[in-house]
Design a protein around this ligand. Structure first.
Ligand SMILES: NC(=O)C1=CN([C@@H]2O[C@H](COP(=O)(O)OP(=O)(O)OC[C@H]3O[C@@H](n4cnc5c(N)ncnc54)[C@H](OP(=O)(O)O)[C@@H]3O)[C@@H](O)[C@H]2O)C=CC1
Ligand SMILES: Cc1cn([C@H]2C[C@H](O)[C@@H](COP(=O)(O)OP(=O)(O)O[C@H]3O[C@@H](C)C(=O)[C@@H](O)[C@H]3O)O2)c(=O)[nH]c1=O
Ligand SMILES: [Mg+2]
Length: 299
């Protein structure tokens, strides 16, 4: 029987993986306190203790702007650590499921990105995630890399929760309207991961090692996403300090940040859907679902 080790147990995806993988049995999830990905000895000692047959690695340095001034830490966690996990997996015949990001692309393509499109990261975070991908690919381990985008969930910090909070505190909000992508729930990523883990656990199956794009279907801007959040919150008992028309679309130039973000973050997910025979829901479904879980109880 397979045994699964999940890193980053307190992260958005790590948290949902503990739910989605639980039915498989024999799942150990470790936090930063138990396995520090910036410390190779810590990684190796946890791997030797549990000897997993499948490693699922959602842990990452995800503070995109802070990474610009903390390059070393971002590189240790996002670039070096996946290589340590992958080389151990290659030595032991274990399998690695790893995650990456739309931010490996520069966002200048007109259409949705496919897996074979050239990367050109514009931020330290994006570069560190790209180096992590390369380390996994070159390790020789069986692996699936799921590249996803704009992740949010009930557990953890994300744009959805930030907008919900700001909408309760302020009477107007400026939101970037010229960056487009697909908000993707941590729960969806975790459910797809379970499908992938089940697939690779069936030893008679074909080798599916490779990179797959995974996001919810459809796309919007951060502004359109904020509109959906506010609209849904208003129907679900939130007391907001603003109405829908108090959201103002702005350009990237109007919202200066340390890290440059891609204008086009759309990921074409046909390869994943074909290979694993998985449907993907529209992005609004997960957003409405999480807002429902965060909503004040109806009386
Ligand atoms: N968030 C997003 O919008 C997107 C994320 N991704 C990718 O998806 C994956 C999952 O992301 P998500 O769940 O949102 O990330 P989160 O930021 O929610 O969680 C990341 C987890 O990694 C842990 N971590 C950070 N540094 C270390 C370390 N040195 N040692 C051990 N653990 C560490 C954090 O621990 P602690 O809780 O202690 O800080 C945290 O629990 C990542 O690979 C990310 O790059 C891809 C696209 C979008
Ligand atoms: C809070 C806020 C953000 N924004 C803009 C800034 C930015 O362009 C966009 C999103 O801001 P955030 O900082 O929340 O998102 P960001 O941290 O860039 O999100 C990214 O995280 C990493 C980990 C990924 O891998 C990406 O897929 C993506 O999800 O919204 C506004 O315009 N107004 C606001 O009030
Ligand atoms: Mg962020």
């Amino acid at each position: 029987m397979s045994s699964v080790l999940v890193t980053g147990a307190n992260g958005q995806v790590g948290f949902e993986l503990q739910r989605s993988l639980a039915p498989l049995g024999n799942v150990v999830a470790v936090t930063r306190a138990e396995m520090d990905l910036a410390n190779e000895a810590s990684i190796l000692s946890v791997l030797e203790e549990h000897k997993p047959s499948i490693i699922v690695n959602p842990a990452a340095y995800t503070a995109v702007d802070r990474a610009e001034s903390e390059r070393e830490q971002a590189m240790a966690v996002n670039a070096a650590a996946p290589g340590v996990l992958a080389r151990w997996a290659a030595d032991r015949g274990a399998y690695l499921v790893h995650y990456s990001t739309d931010y490996v692309f520069d966002g200048t393509k007109a259409d949705a990105y496919v897996e074979t499109d050239p990367v050109n990261p514009q931020s330290v975070y994006g570069e560190s995630k790209w180096l992590g991908e390369k380390a996994v690919r070159s390790s020789g381990a069986g692996h699936v890399i799921l590249r996803t985008s704009w992740v949010y969930g009930h557990h953890g910090n994300n744009f959805l929760k930030t907008i919900l909070r700001l909408a309760q505190e302020r009477n107007s909000l400026n939101i970037v309207a010229d960056q487009i992508g697909a908000p993707t729930s941590a729960a969806l990523i975790a459910d797809v991961t379970r499908g992938v883990v089940e697939f690779v656990s069936r030893s008679e199956g074909p080798d599916v090692s490779g990179t797959y794009h995974l996001s919810a279907q459809g796309n919007t801007s951060w502004y359109g996403y904020a509109e959906q959040i506010v609209r849904e919150a208003l129907t679900k008992n939130f007391t907001l300090a603003l109405q829908l028309d108090a959201l103002k679309p702005i350009t990237t130039a109007d919202y200066p940040t340390p890290a440059k973000r891609p204008q086009n973050s759309r990921l074409n997910c046909a390869k994943l859907m074909d290979c694993f025979d998985l449907p993907l829901p529209a992005w609004q479904e997960g957003v409405n679902d999480v807002i429902g879980r965060l909503a004040p109880a109806a009386h």
